[in-house]
Design a binder for this molecule. Structure first.
Ligand code: ZN
Length: 443
C-alpha cells in the first residue's frame, strides 16, 4: 500500500504524497539482541500512566506545546519556518537530529517567544498541566532566567513569572477531591535555576549586554560572572519572595567549558543550601562528572551517561582509566548522587548511539547507581515521562522492581521545597499510592 492510499483510507482529503516519508519511530521499536531480557508484557502504558511519577530534569524552554509556540510567535512577530504542527515537526522538532547543533536549533524559537512575563507564566502552567495529565505528581522545572532577561524584566521577575504559572496549575490540580481529601499524593513543584557553561553574541538580550560591557574580559570570566549573578538571583527569589526555587544547575556545552569556571556560583548556592545538579557526562567523559563533584559539590548529575566508560576519558593525564572510573563510580553510588537519565534525548543528540541497546542505563543500574528517568525536553524529544519509562520496559527489559526503584528514587532524591519531615511524609504517601495502583493493575 502506498503512502497516498494510507492517507486516503484514513479519510484524509488532501493527498500527502509530497511529504517526505518520516523516519521510523525508533523510539518504540523493540530492538533486542540475543540474550537481552524479554520485556514484561503485563507492564502496560495504562499502568505506567497511572503510577505516581516525577520528572527531575525537564527544561522549560524545551517543553512547549507546539500550538502555544505558534500562537506566541504570531503575537510577537517571530518568524517560524512553519506555522503548522506537522510542518514544525518536519523542519525543526524532528525524530532524529543530524547533530547536537541541529537539536539545539529549536531553542531559538522557543526562547524567542519566552520574552515576556505573561508568556513565561503560561508556558510554565501548561507544562505542569501536561505532566499532571500523565500522572506526574512532582515536577522540577529548569531553565536559565538570564535567557529571558531584558529591559523591564530582571532575573527575579522571570523566576516569579514561572513560579506563578506552576503554582496556579498546582493549586488547581490539588483541588481535586481525591487530593483535597488526602487519598492521593498532591502535585508539587520546584524550580531549578540554570547557569550556562558558555554563551555567545545573540544568545539573549542580557548576555549580549554583558559581553558588550566587558570587551577586554576573558569570555570564561564573563560566564563566571553571569553564573554568580544567576545564583544570587535564585537565592534572593527564594528567600525574599518565597518562590519555590530549589536548585541550581549548570547547562551547555561540556567540551572546552570546564565546570571549574563556575565554582564561585556553586559555592554561593551551597552556602545558602540551594541544592545542586550539573549537566555532565552527557557528551563528555567521566572527568566531567569528576569536576561536577569535586569543583561544584553537585547533589545530582544531569545525564551522567558515561560515568563508567573508561574509553570516554579524554584527559591524557589520567593513566589508569579503569581504576579512575571504578573509584568515581563507587563514590557516586555510595553517596547516592543520582543520575537524571534521559533516554530519548541521549539517542537523539549522540550520533554514536544508534539504538537504546547501546545506552549505559542497564550497566549503571547493575552497578547500583541511583538513577531516575527524566524527559529533558518534551518538545525537542517529542516525549513524556510515561514514554521514557515504557522505553526502559520495552527496550531495556526493565521489570516491575526496576520500574519502582527508578520512580521512587525520583521522589527520594528530589530537591523538595518543604522541610525534611514533610518530604518523608510525601514520599511515604507516594509509595502507598504506588502500591495501590500496582495492586489494582495486577490483581
Ligand atoms: Zn538537560
Amino acid at each position: 500500500m502506498t503512502r497516498v492510499q494510507v492517507e486516503v483510507s484514513r479519510g484524509v482529503a488532501t493527498p500527502r504524497a509530497y511529504r517526505k516519508p518520516r523516519p521510523p519511530r525508533y523510539a518504540l521499536r523493540p530492538i533486542r539482541l540475543p540474550g537481552d531480557p524479554v520485556p514484561d508484557s503485563r507492564i502496560t502504558r495504562a499502568f505506567v500512566a497511572d503510577l505516581p511519577k516525577s520528572d527531575l530534569h525537564v527544561h522549560l524552554d524545551g517543553s512547549l506545546r507546539i500550538p502555544t509556540l505558534i500562537e506566541l510567535a504570531r503575537e510577537s512577530r517571530l518568524e517560524l519556518p512553519s506555522y503548522t504542527e506537522a510542518g514544525l515537526r518536519e523542519t525543526v522538532y524532528k525524530e532524529r537530529y543530524t547533530s547536537l547543533g541541529d537539536y539545539l536549533k529549536g531553542f531559538r524559537y522557543t526562547v524567542g517567544v519566552m520574552q515576556t512575563a505573561e508568556a513565561l507564566e503560561r508556558i510554565a502552567a501548561e507544562l505542569a498541566e501536561d505532566n499532571q495529565a500523565e500522572g506526574v505528581r512532582y515536577l522540577e522545572v529548569r531553565f536559565a532566567p538570564q535567557l529571558h532577561v531584558r529591559p523591564g524584566l530582571d532575573a527575579i521577575q522571570v523566576l516569579a513569572a514561572v513560579d506563578r504559572g506552576l503554582r496556579r496549575a498546582r493549586d488547581a490540580f490539588n483541588r481535586r477531591p481525591e487530593i483535597a481529601e488526602g487519598r492521593e499524593p498532591h502535585f508539587e513543584y520546584g524550580i531549578i535555576c540554570c547557569a550556562l557553561r558558555m554563551f555567545g553574541a545573540g544568545s539573549s538580550c542580557h548576555y549580549d549586554t554583558l559581553l558588550a560591557a566587558h570587551p577586554f574580559t576573558r569570555p570564561k570570566d564573563v560566564y563566571a560572572m553571569a553564573s554568580l549573578d544567576a545564583a544570587r538571583a535564585a537565592v534572593l527569589a527564594r528567600d525574599t519572595l518565597g518562590l519555590q526555587v530549589v536548585g541550581f544547575d549548570l547547562a551547555g556545552e561540556e567540551a572546552g567549558y570546564p565546570a571549574s569556571a563556575h565554582k564561585a556560583a556553586f559555592e554561593l548556592a551551597h552556602k545558602h543550601f540551594l541544592k545542586r545538579t550539573v549537566h555532565a557526562g552527557e557528551a563528555y567523559g567521566p572527568e566531567s562528572i569528576f569536576q561536577a563533584i569535586t569543583d561544584l559539590h553537585t547533589d545530582r548529575i544531569g545525564h551522567g551517561t558515561y560515568l563508567l566508560e573508561a574509553d570516554q576519558i579524554r584527559d591524557p593525564e589520567i593513566e589508569d582509566r579503569e581504576r579512575y572510573v571504578e573509584k568515581l563510580g563507587n563514590y557516586v553510588a555510595d553517596r547516592r548522587i543520582t543520575l537524571e537519565i534521559c533516554l530519548t534525548s541521549n539517542l537523539q543528540t549522540n550520533p554514536e548511539m544508534t539504538s537504546l541497546q547501546q545506552h549505559t542505563f542497564r550497566k549503571l543500574r547493575a552497578a547500583r547507581i541511583s538513577t531516575t528517568l527524566c524527559t529533558d525536553n518534551r518538545l525537542m524529544s517529542n516525549t513524556t515521562v510515561t514514554n521514557e519509562l515504557m522505553l526502559a520496559v520495552e527496550q531495556l527489559g526493565f521489570d516491575r522492581h526496576d520500574l519502582k526503584s527508578i520512580i521512587i528514587y525520583g521522589f527520594k532524591r528530589s530537591f523538595w521545597p518543604g522541610d525534611y519531615l514533610s518530604k518523608r511524609q510525601y514520599v511515604r504517601q507516594v509509595i502507598d499510592h504506588y502500591d495501590a495502583v500496582e495492586r489494582r493493575h495486577f490483581a
